[in-house]
Design a protein around this ligand. Structure first.
Ligand code: ZN
Length: 245
C-alpha cells in the first residue's frame, strides 16, 4: 500500500493533465450513503426498488411517494466535503487537474472549491419548475409533500432520473476532457452504472489509476489499482498549497 501511494504521488507530480472520474464512494466519507445500497429498513418503508421510484414515469405518476424517497435518501443536507473532495480541488488549483467528472448529485466537489465539475447525473442543489422553468434551490423542500412553483407548476430536481437521457452537452464536454487527459483517476465507483461508466472508454492516455474499495470492471486494465478509501489515498498524494481558502 505504501509503495502504491508513493507511485501515485510521483505520477501526479509528473502529470499536467489529470481527469478524475468519480462515483458514490467519493461521498461516503462525507456520510452520504449510496442510495442503491438497500438497508434493512428499506423494505419496511418503500414498496418499490429505488430504480423504480427514481424513474421519470414514477415521478410523474406518484410524485408524493417520489418526494418521500427523495427527501429521505437523496437530499442530504449539511454534508461537508471530505479529504477526497479537498485534494481534488487542490490539484485543480495547482493546474494539474483539468476536470472532475462525477456521477454524484451532492455538489460537494464545488463546496470543496472545484470549479470545473461535470455532473453527469445533475445536482440536488438545483430544482426547476416543469411549467415555467423558474429555478429554485433546496429551500423548496422546507415545505411538505410536493413542491410547487408560484405559477402552480410542479417543481422537479435538476437530476437525471431513470428512463431519462444524460445531458448531451455535459457528455460531450466529458469526452473532450477524457480524450485530452494524460492521466485518468477513477475513484469510488465500480463502473456499473451506464451510460456514464462507458465514458471511460474515451480515455486514450497512458496512465489509468483505479481507487476503489471493491473490484471494478476495469481492474484488469489499470496501471495502478488501490483498494482503499479514496479520501485517505488522495490526501496523502497531494501536497497542500498555501492557497487553501
Ligand atoms: Zn413555474
Amino acid at each position: 500500500m505504501e509503495q502504491k501511494i508513493e507511485t501515485l504521488r510521483k505520477w501526479i507530480q509528473e502529470s499536467e493533465n489529470i481527469v478524475f472520474f468519480g462515483g458514490a464512494g467519493v461521498s461516503t466519507e462525507s456520510g452520504i450513503p449510496d442510495f442503491r445500497s438497500v438497508d434493512g429498513l428499506y423494505n419496511m418503508k418503500y414498496k418499490y426498488p429505488p430504480e423504480v421510484i427514481i424513474s421519470h414515469s414514477f415521478f410523474l405518476e406518484n410524485p408524493v411517494e417520489f418526494y418521500r424517497f427523495y427527501r429521505d435518501k437523496l437530499l442530504i443536507r449539511g454534508a461537508q466535503p471530505n479529504p477526497a473532495h479537498k485534494a481534488l480541488a487542490t490539484l485543480e488549483k495547482q493546474g494539474k487537474l483539468k476536470c472532475v467528472i462525477t456521477q454524484n448529485i451532492d455538489g460537494l466537489h464545488q463546496a470543496a472549491g472545484s470549479k470545473n465539475v461535470l455532473e453527469l447525473h445533475g445536482s440536488t442543489l438545483r430544482n426547476y419548475c416543469m411549467r415555467c422553468g423558474k429555478k429554485y434551490g433546496t429551500e423548496i423542500f422546507d415545505q411538505e409533500s410536493v413542491p410547487r412553483c408560484s405559477c402552480g407548476g410542479m417543481i422537479r430536481p435538476d437530476v437525471v432520473l431513470y428512463e431519462e437521457g444524460l445531458d448531451q452537452d455535459v457528455m460531450s464536454r466529458a469526452v473532450h476532457y477524457l480524450r485530452q487527459a494524460d492521466m485518468l483517476i477513477v475513484g469510488g465507483t465500480s463502473l456499473v452504472v451506464y451510460p456514464a461508466a462507458g465514458l471511460v472508454q474515451y480515455y486514450r492516455g497512458h496512465t489509468l489509476v483505479l481507487i476503489n474499495k471493491s473490484p471494478t470492471a476495469l481492474d484488469a486494465s489499470a496501471d495502478l489499482l488501490i483498494s482503499a478509501p479514496i479520501g485517505q489515498v488522495l490526501s496523502r498524494c497531494v501536497n497542500e498549497t498555501s492557497e487553501e481558502a
